[in-house]
Design a protein. Structure first.
Length: 277
């Protein structure tokens, strides 16, 4: 039996306890739940290798092994598995109340725009609000952020194209989900998660997840277009938005223009799909 190691916590030496009786390993680990306490935490397939994805602030993961400053983890939000710096994680009880709806929000030392900026949080980060004051929300162990940049975690009534357009001109970054750099599937996953859709991370996983194929002539805003290794979101009947390595940023353009260009490297479109009716 083959397992996709991107989303199954299986190594040559150990595996999650959930695989007992399914595969044979020297060691099985239950895993301890930790929360990301940095604005993002990179996940690598191997330590210090090519970036696979990123965990955002407030996202939780299961830690199965820790060694020399690295933790081998599985995200509880999208099941992705890999190595992340242990310093970015903390074992704590965390029940987020809100999520960041703006592309990026600053963290202030006081509920005042003139106070010191301590850092930032990106779109789709998860936070717990303790109190509000003067248009700011208090985030424990972090600081204050503008209330207008947050929404309740249960909120899902967003216009998907408006969410995506917030990322226009954001630099392209392979494996990125953070507002400072993002890739094509990271962009789509982020906006789907904002609508509380449990959307997978990589393009091939997303294509498989989207079971409703539609004819090209029926495309509308909110539909997805899949090539081999690439995905874009329809913003209008004939236009798309996508994070891409040609423009090296998130760009909106005519679908036909993208199809002609991408055909040279990735071939024809594999699927036109509808995820939101």
């Amino acid at each position: 039996m083959k397992f996709d190691k991107r989303i199954n916590p299986i190594r040559n030496d150990l595996a999650s306890k959930s695989y007992i009786g399914i595969i044979r390993r020297k060691k099985y680990v239950d895993g301890m739940i930790h929360t990301v306490i940095s604005n993002y935490s990179p996940i690598y397939n191997k330590k210090n290798s090519q970036l696979s994805t990123q965990l955002l602030y407030g996202e939780r993961c299961k830690v199965f092994d820790t060694s020399k400053g690295w933790s081998w983890v599985q995200s509880l939000r999208d099941d992705y598995v890999g190595y992340t710096p242990s310093k970015n994680l903390k074992k704590l009880k965390f029940n987020p109340t809100h999520k960041v709806k703006s592309l990026r929000t600053f963290i202030y030392s006081k509920p005042n725009i003139k106070s010191k900026i301590l850092g930032y949080l990106s779109f789709n980060s998860l936070v717990k609000i303790l109190s509000t004051k003067s248009g700011f929300c208090k985030i424990p162990n972090l600081g204050w952020c503008p209330s207008n940049d947050l929404t309740k975690v249960t909120e899902k009534k967003f216009k998907i194209v408006e969410l995506a357009r917030q990322f226009l001109n954001t630099p392209y970054y392979w494996g990125g989900r953070d507002s400072q750099g993002i890739d094509c599937s990271g962009l789509i996953q982020n906006i789907m998660q904002m609508k509380n859709i449990n959307f997978p991370r990589d393009t091939d996983m997303q294509e498989e997840f989207c079971t409703m194929s539609i004819p090209r002539k029926n495309l509308k805003a909110g539909d997805l277009v899949f090539w081999k290794g690439h995905v874009a979101l329809m913003t209008e009947k004939n236009r798309i938005i996508h994070a891409n390595a040609f423009h090296m940023k998130t760009q909106e353009e005519a679908l036909v223009t993208a199809e002609k260009r991408i055909f040279k490297t990735n071939g024809k479109v594999r699927k036109y799909a509808r995820i939101i009716s």
